[in-house]
Design a protein around this ligand. Sequence first.
Ligand SMILES: CC(C)(COP(=O)(O)OP(=O)(O)OC[C@H]1O[C@@H](n2cnc3c(N)ncnc32)[C@H](O)[C@@H]1OP(=O)(O)O)[C@@H](O)C(=O)NCCC(=O)NCCS
Length: 169
Amino acid sequence: MKSSKFFITALESSVDRSDFDCGVEPLNRYFTTQVGQDIKRRITSCFIATHSDGDIAGFYTLAAASIALKDLPSNLTKKLPRYPSVPAVRLGRLAVSVSYRGRGLGAALLADALTRSLQADIAAYAMLVNAKDETAAKFYEHHGFMATKEDPDILYLPLATAKQILSKQ
Ligand SMILES: CC(C)(COP(=O)(O)OP(=O)(O)OC[C@H]1O[C@@H](n2cnc3c(N)ncnc32)[C@H](O)[C@@H]1OP(=O)(O)O)[C@@H](O)C(=O)NCCC(=O)NCCS
């Protein structure tokens, strides 16, 4: 996929990611040292945005998950089957390099993650995110995510709603 000067592709093991810096040390450490192992073990998939000059400008990870019906509001659960949980996609991590902040790349990576989830052959009801702090939670809320009843740091967006939002962009 292409977004102005950025190409979003699956991370390949040959890509040098040692210089990536999003300003958040645990996210840098995960991306530079651990994500390759997680991809090999099929724990996650990872997509990167590469700038036309070759820099890795951002990344996100996706994995299968589920969301308990008790964590969703009744206006949604009344339209869902009476299962204990429904399938979801977890956006485990999302980060933009400090050099590329504020140019719409975080929003473009999120839109790409939602589009991939909508296009996948395996159905999911919602995307889930774990916000690492209040600033991250505000970013996701800005893009339509809502806190689960169980934990305000875990937010969700029904993929049907995401489809409507994306169709207006
Ligand atoms: C959060 C992050 C991904 C945003 O990336 P970015 O490329 O700077 O953001 P964008 O330029 O795409 O911003 C898109 C929109 O989100 C808004 N936004 C960005 N950060 C926001 C925040 N923390 N709270 C509320 N809104 C925010 C922008 O104002 C913009 O709004 P607009 O489209 O209405 O003009 C980036 O700051 C980052 O990597 N932070 C460190 C890692 C992190 O916190 N990741 C998220 C949790 S794992």
